[in-house]
Design a binder for this molecule. Structure first.
Ligand code: NAD
Length: 361
C-alpha cells in the first residue's frame, strides 16, 4: 500500500494523511483525516508497537474512516479522523513525545481533534493539551466533560430498548434476562441501569473476579445476579447478550452458541468478520451495530466541540437521541433487506452526501 497511498486514500475517499516525525523525542506518527463534511475530524490517538509503517498508516486510515461513520450515523456533526503513534506504550512514552504530537495537531488548526484510544491514557492527553486546544476526553479541571463511560452505558441500554421495540413492539427491559460480558467501567454502569429498569435476571462474567463480586455485592439484593465463567457467557439463555469487554467476540465459534434474541453491547468491533453479521442474521438474532450503540460517551464528550462549551443537559439529550437512530437503522435494514450493520453505513453515507450538497451562494 505504501507505494500507492493516494490510490488507497482515493478508494475510501480520505481527505488528508499527515506524517509526523520528531527526532529528539522519537515521535513517529500518522494523522488520518477521513472526512470533514459534517464537522472537524475527531478520533482518538492510538499508540501501538507497529512493526511496519504500512500497518500504522493502514490502521490510521481504517480507524479514521470508522469514526466518520460513527458520527454520521449517530447524527453528530463531526467528521472522522485518527492519530497513531508508532511505539510501545509501556516503554516509549514521554511528556516530550506527546507534546511534540500536540504541536503537529495544533498546526492542523482545528481540522482534527484527538482523544483517548488503545495505548493512551488521560495523562497523555494532558501533555498534548499543553500544546494545543484540539483535544477531547480531558479531565473536568482542563475543561473536559469528565467520565464518559456512564453515557456509553446509557447508549448501550438504548440499543437494547430499540432492539426490543423492533422485535416485540415494547422497549421495556422490565422482566428481561440480560447477559453482560465484562463488568468494567461500561459493563458495571450497564448493569446499574438494568437494575433500575427492573430486568429480572442479569448474568455477568469478567476475567477479573473482583469486578463480578462488586456487581453481586452492589446489586444482588435488588435483582437476580448470576455469575458465570467467561467462556460460558455465550451459552447463557437470555433475551439480550451485551458484549462490554473486547472486540471480535461475535465469530464463527461463538455465534452458533448464542441463546439470545438480540445483541447490544459497548465493545468496539464485535464482529470478527463482516460475514459474522450475516451469521447472526441467519440465526434470527438482531444485532444493534456496535459503533452506534457505544456512541453515547463520545456524543457526551464532544458537545463542547460542536457548541463551543459543554452543556450537560444538551449533551444528555443528544445521547438519548441514539434510541431513534438505532430504530431508524433497523427500519432501513427492513426496507432495504440488509443487515443492520450495513444499514448503519447506508444511513451514515446518506447523511454525509446530503450535507456535501449544501452550497452557500
Ligand atoms: P474496561 O477495561 O473498564 O472493562 C473491560 C472489562 O472486560 C474488564 O473488567 C476486563 O477484565 C473484562 N474482560 C476482558 N476480557 C474479558 C473476557 N474475555 N471475558 C470477560 N471479561 C473480560 O473497559 P470499558 O471502558 O468498560 O470498555 C468496555 C468496552 O467498550 C471496550 O471494548 C471499549 O473499547 C468499549 N468502549 C468503551 C467506551 C467508554 O466510554 N469507556 C466507549 C466506546 C467503546
Amino acid at each position: 500500500m505504501l507505494n500507492n497511498i493516494t490510490g488507497y486514500m482515493e478508494e475510501y475517499d480520505h481527505e488528508n494523511l499527515v506524517v509526523c516525525q520528531h527526532k529528539s523525542t522519537g515521535l513517529k506518527a500518522f494523522i488520518a483525516i477521513h472526512d470533514t463534511t459534517l464537522g472537524p475530524a475527531v478520533g482518538g490517538c492510538r499508540m501501538w508497537p507497529y512493526e511496519k509503517e504500512e500497518e500504522a498508516v493502514e490502521d490510521a486510515l481504517r480507524l479514521g474512516r470508522g469514526m466518520t461513520y460513527k458520527y454520521a450515523a449517530a447524527g453528530v456533526n463531526l467528521g472522522g479522523g485518527k492519530a497513531v503513534i508508532m511505539g510501545d506504550p509501556a516503554k516509549d512514552k514521554s511528556e516530550a513525545l506527546f507534546r511534540a504530537l500536540g504541536r503537529f495537531i495544533d498546526r492542523l488548526g482545528g481540522t482534527y481533534y484527538t482523544g483517548l484510544d488503545a495505548g493512551t491514557v488521560l495523562q497523555d492527553m494532558e501533555y498534548i493539551r499543553q500544546e494545543t486546544e484540539y483535544v477531547v476526553t480531558l479531565p473536568v479541571y482542563l475543561g473536559g466533560a469528565g467520565p464518559i463511560s456512564p453515557y456509553t452505558a446509557r447508549s448501550t441500554i438504548l440499543g437494547m430498548k430499540a432492539s426490543l421495540q423492533e422485535l416485540i413492539g415494547d422497549s421495556s427491559l422490565r422482566g428481561k434476562k440480560i447477559a453482560v460480558q465484562g463488568a468494567g467501567d461500561v459493563g458495571y454502569n450497564v448493569i446499574k441501569y438494568l437494575v433500575e429498569e427492573e430486568a429480572s435476571e442479569i448474568t455477568v462474567t469478567d476475567i477479573d473476579v473482583q469486578r463480578v463480586r462488586k456487581v453481586a455485592d452492589d446489586f444482588g439484593a435488588k435483582t437476580k445476579i448470576k455469575a458465570v465463567e467467561p467462556e460460558k457467557i455465550y451459552d447463557t439463555p437470555c433475551d439480550i447478550f451485551s458484549p462490554c469487554a473486547l472486540g471480535a467476540v461475535l465469530n464463527r465459534d461463538t455465534v452458533g452458541r448464542l441463546k439470545c434474541k438480540a445483541v447490544s453491547g459497548s465493545a468496539n468491533n464485535q464482529l470478527k468478520e463482516d460475514s459474522d453479521g450475516d451469521l447472526l442474521n441467519e440465526r434470527g438474532i438482531l444485532y444493534a451495530p456496535d459503533f452506534i450503540v457505544n456512541s453515547g460517551g463520545t456524543i457526551y464528550d464532544t458537545d463542547r466541540i460542536m457548541y463551543g462549551s459543554h452543556n450537560h443537559e444538551r449533551a444528555k439529550k443528544n445521547v438519548e437521541a441514539v434510541y431513534d437512530k438505532i430504530c431508524r437503522i433497523f427500519e432501513i435494514a427492513r426496507q432495504e433487506k440488509v443487515i443492520p450493520h450495513r444499514a448503519a453505513e447506508i444511513l451514515a453515507r446518506r447523511r454525509i452526501e446530503a450535507y456535501s450538497n449544501i452550497k452557500i451562494l
